[in-house]
Design a protein around this ligand. Structure first.
Ligand code: NAD
Ligand code: MG
Length: 388
């Protein structure tokens, strides 16, 4: 039996992971499940999967979680230290599906105990890619991408020589506003931004899809995951969301990964790797689909893409600053404190101000330095937002 843990179990990716595990309960022993405010869901899944421990990020909700788990034999715990303790429990395969920079510490703790880390939490790679990869190497573990584009690139690279790669194209649906006139974007509401044309995902990543901050994070994630020169990474808008990424080789071949927009493919691939097992995803009827279309990704419409290039050129802890500023700008947009277009401006201004503080961005990529850069970026972004 494989021992598995799922961090962010109550979210969109977490629930899809549980869907796969629950189809074959005999094969898995569930060590830990974690969630946030939705303790009822967390307790229900922990009971169903007979987990060792359930952890909520919210300390105030521990009594409620305890009550919901009474008599089940599942341990209850709360808070960041408990999350890390749970991630240190030996497991063979750990899903990292918390949203935001909060996903980094438990992911690192899982790698430190030698687990294979299935990484949906792209923020870990953006904030601390080199640290994540080095931790995996040092403890004999592995990191497998779960983000659909990165799973696609990973699959296209199996058996290939990375030196033969000429370009990597990751696709974007274009999000909720891809067809909106530019002048309407300033007035876009959080509700409008949180409706995705093709994928059902958590609220934050869905809004990040509309602003392309999600793709900006993914461009950085591509560089970190595959150690690819940023100049070789391209973004294309592909409204159908059927081709997730393409890898171009020096002989002119372009290998595309095609599949329906269902995260259970990438999750299942990471769960069974290096085997391929049957997965409950729809099979494409290409004749019915008829055609795939592509458009250039315009950096005027989506300035987040330009910012991602600047972050990669700066290197060091710029990714941690970028992500933290983006998280605060997104919070402010959801709270209706700033408009949709202001998010990118807040992030750019934060990057400029933090870069001017000598030493912060160039400090080594350790967890402490990531936390410091993240904290400083949040305070700076909040100052900029408050001045509005
Ligand atoms: P979600 O909002 O649906 O779920 C997030 C999970 O994290 C929940 O379990 C929530 O309780 C938990 N959480 C939130 N804040 C936390 C905190 N501070 N501390 C601990 N736990 C916390 O998000 P999602 O859509 O499942 O996305 C999860 C991650 O996977 C994100 O990094 C996202 O970018 C990435 N991802 C998601 C998809 C998708 O289709 N949903 C696709 C690719 C990548
Ligand atoms: Mg993605």
């Amino acid at each position: 039996m494989r021992r598995i843990s799922i961090f962010g179990a109550t979210g969109s990716i977490g629930q899809s992971t549980i869907d796969l595990i629950a189809r074959d309960p005999e094969s898995y022993h569930v060590v830990a499940l974690s969630g946030g405010r939705n303790v009822a869901q967390l307790a229900e899944d922990a009971r169903k999967l007979n987990a060792e421990i359930a952890v909520t990020a919210e300390v105030a909700l521990l009594p409620e979680l305890r009550e919901q788990l009474a008599g089940s034999g599942v341990e209850a715990a709360a808070g960041e230290a408990a999350l890390i303790e749970a991630a240190r429990r030996p497991a063979d395969w750990v899903m990292s599906a918390i949203v935001g920079a909060a996903g980094l510490p438990p992911g690192l703790a899982a790698l430190e105990q030698g687990a294979t880390l299935a990484l949906a939490n792209k923020e870990s790679m953006v904030c601390a890619g080199p640290l994540v990869m080095q931790t995996a190497r040092a403890h004999g573990g592995a990191v497998l991408p779960v983000d659909s584009e990165h799973s696609a690139v990973f699959q296209a690279l199996i058996g290939e020589d990375i030196a033969a790669v000429e370009r990597v194209i990751i696709t974007a649906s274009g999000g909720a506003f891809r067809d909106w006139p530019l002048e309407k974007l300033a007035g876009a509401t959080p509700e409008e931004a949180a409706t995705h044309p093709n994928w059902a995902m958590g609220q934050r990543i869905t809004i990040d899809s509309a602003s392309m901050f999600n793709k900006a994070l993914e461009v950085i994630e591509t560089k970190e995951f595959f150690d690819i020169d940023p100049a070789l990474i391209e973004v294309l808008v592909h409204p159908e969301s059927m081709i997730h990424a393409l890898v171009g080789f020096r002989d002119g071949a372009l290998m595309a990964h095609v599949g329906p927009p269902d995260m259970r493919h990438a999750i299942g691939f990471a769960l069974h790797y290096p085997e391929r097992k049957t997965l409950p995803v729809a099979r494409l009827d290409l004749v019915k689909l008829g055609q795939f279309t592509f458009r250039a990704a315009c950096e005027t419409r989506w300035p987040a893409l330009r910012l991602a290039r600047e972050v990669m050129a700066t290197g060091g802890l710029a990714g941690a600053v970028f992500n933290a500023a983006k998280e605060r700008a997104l919070d402010a947009f959801i709270a209706r404190r700033i408009g949709f277009l202001r998010m990118a401006e807040v992030v750019e201004e934060t990057l400029n101000r933090v870069s001017a503080q000598s030493g912060l961005i160039t400090a080594g990529i350790t967890l402490d330095n990531v936390r410091a850069a993240d904290h400083f970026a949040r305070v700076t972004a909040d100052e900029i937002i408050t001045q509005d």
